[in-house]
Design a protein around this ligand. Sequence first.
Ligand code: ADP
Length: 352
Amino acid sequence: NFVPPIRSNGGNAGNMISTRGSGKCDDSLEDSTKRCLEMLCGPDGELPEKLRNLEPRLIEHVSNEIMDKDPNVRWNDIAGLEHAKKCVTEMVIWPLLRPDIFRGCRSPGRGLLLFGPPGTGKTMIGKAIAGEAKATFFYISASSLTSKWIGEGEKLVRALFGVASCRQPAVIFVDEIDSLLSQRKSDGEHESSRRLKTQFLIEMEGFDSGNEQILLIGATNRPQELDEAARRRLTKRLYIPLPSSEARSWIIRNLLEKDGLFKLSEEDTNLICKLTEGYSGSDMKNLVKDASMGPLREALRQGIQITELKKEDMRPITLPDFENALQEVRPSVSMNELGTYEDWNRQFGSLS
Ligand code: ADP
């Protein structure tokens, strides 16, 4: 029963939203929805063509929940991954900053796949790209399209690409992209998920052939599930591996230096790095969190009440805190899984 909120006869969008001819759905639009639509209007006060047949509540959802106005991650926040940073800078950031130079032979691919174990910084890279390229960042988890937005995923995908095209340059980050573009299902594939997949590929095709400054980044922990069509569209495929020993050391120090009082010698840090072989970046973060609870637990054991506790009552975080934390926080990725990523990288990854 949707009636577009805007008539295309010129004039001020705010007025148009509230005074459209039929008067059928204008009043039902919340003020927040109206404000959101107004912000997407062009200088002529009109809603861009691409958004006209979309449901206002979906546009609002994309603008408020999926669009991240301040991704707040920079390259310097990401440990290691030098290869990925270099590739991404050349392939994605420069073209977004200088579209005039990256034309013709230099025209960039519009699809990037980041694959590897969970918790290795794929989302961080996506946010950093948007931050460094001064682009608008859109984050969506593909599995939410099939679970939370049952029957509406297709419309939400249209709204997502529609709003992104009004907010260029834009980076659309699709987490767990395998659940959207997987090669399984085929025959028994549910009709609605097939339609969703088709809609998604159509949208990608659309901006790939045009002059739009939109980059799609897909992230997955299960690259082997992607089908051929997905691989074809995600032209650059970068392996995001587990952090090296240096990167793990950097993560520990970076997190501790932010707000903790700690006493770790270089040998202590080296030992922790040795003991955390196979830990992901997110495992490292959990380890530091757990270790930093050590001094607090000890102070409470000595009888100080949590409500009375002062920061000075806590001793610095030390190596034994990490040794205890290592018993609690185990690596989340198995060696077997790593082999699968490496095989896939050799077969389909962009090695340079
Ligand atoms: P992914 O998208 O690969 O599953 P994320 O980018 O969401 O992983 O990372 C989860 C958390 O783990 C981050 O918020 C960060 O605290 C930590 N982390 C992971 N990789 C790194 C890294 N290379 N450098 C710094 N922190 C990292």
